[in-house]
Write a protein that binds this ligand. Structure first.
Ligand code: ADP
Ligand code: NI
Length: 217
């Protein structure tokens, strides 16, 4: 099967699978990551089919909604790609991207690396910062019924991942726990450039937020 056919079939498959997905990981997240991945890949020597498939399939099953089981996404992706007669070499690569992309790492040790993983990971991280990142964070906080900000809980309180997951810390804290750290984790030059702009935007947002919180003087 040629590439455009495979990609459009994958798009259809992912759209159907994510029909009822929550806001943070819906089709539109995939579409943004897909577009960013293509943009970043233009400046890298990489296999664009692997990048496209990796971006499209990277959140096919969120472990948060499968009792933390991080093997389901790779399995669903493999079954789909096999049904499309994709070569074993590409399947292994795409499955490795899905298993290793997460910020958290999860059950899979980060023992795989490739430029295609770097590209898709950067594209996914870009969607967690900037204006979209801010919107996604407050959307997630609302879903978890969290407060926006609480002056009693210092935003830069350090917690373990487990404590953090189980805590009800205000959404602003998430900026210090994750979002403001992402710019220094980018892999590619293009990713770093875009992240820099989006980081600046978030810093502006946060200082404006605190200023408004204190009230007009
Ligand atoms: P990923 O799948 O990219 O590793 P997550 O599933 O952890 O990311 O999060 C999806 C979206 O929800 C991201 O935009 C992320 O910043 C946001 N999010 C995750 N945890 C929190 C939290 N505790 N507070 C606010 N937003 C969060
Ligand atoms: Ni994602």
């Amino acid at each position: 099967m040629n590439n455009p056919d495979l990609i459009s079939k994958t798009i259809l498959f992912v759209k159907t699978k994510l029909e009822n997905a929550e806001g943070g990981h819906d089709w539109f997240h995939i579409e943004r990551v897909y577009r960013n991945a293509i943009l970043i890949s233009k400046n890298e020597a990489c296999d664009t089919t692997v990048v496209q498939l990796g971006a499209l399939l990277h959140d096919i099953a969120d472990s948060k909604f499968h009792d933390g089981d991080e093997t389901i996404g790779p399995k669903i992706a493999r079954e789909f790609l096999e049904s499309e007669n994709v070569s074993e070499e590409i399947i292994v690569h795409v499955v490795n991207i899905i298993a290793n992309i997460s910020y958290k790492g999860g059950n899979f040790e980060k023992k795989f690396s490739s430029i295609e993983l770097d590209v898709v990971q950067d594209a996914d991280r870009l969607d967690a910062i900037g204006a979209i990142g801010i919107a996604r964070a407050f959307n997630y906080g609302g879903f978890k019924n969290r407060t926006l900000y609480d002056p009693k809980i210092a935003p830069n309180t350090r917690m373990t991942k487990e404590e953090y997951k189980n805590s009800d810390s205000p959404t602003i804290n998430h900026f210090y726990e994750k979002l403001l750290l992402l710019k220094d984790k980018m892999n590619t030059e293009t990713g770093k450039q875009i992240a820099k702009e989006r980081h600046r935007y978030m810093e502006g947002f946060i200082s404006q937020f605190y200023a408004e919180w204190e009230g007009e003087k």
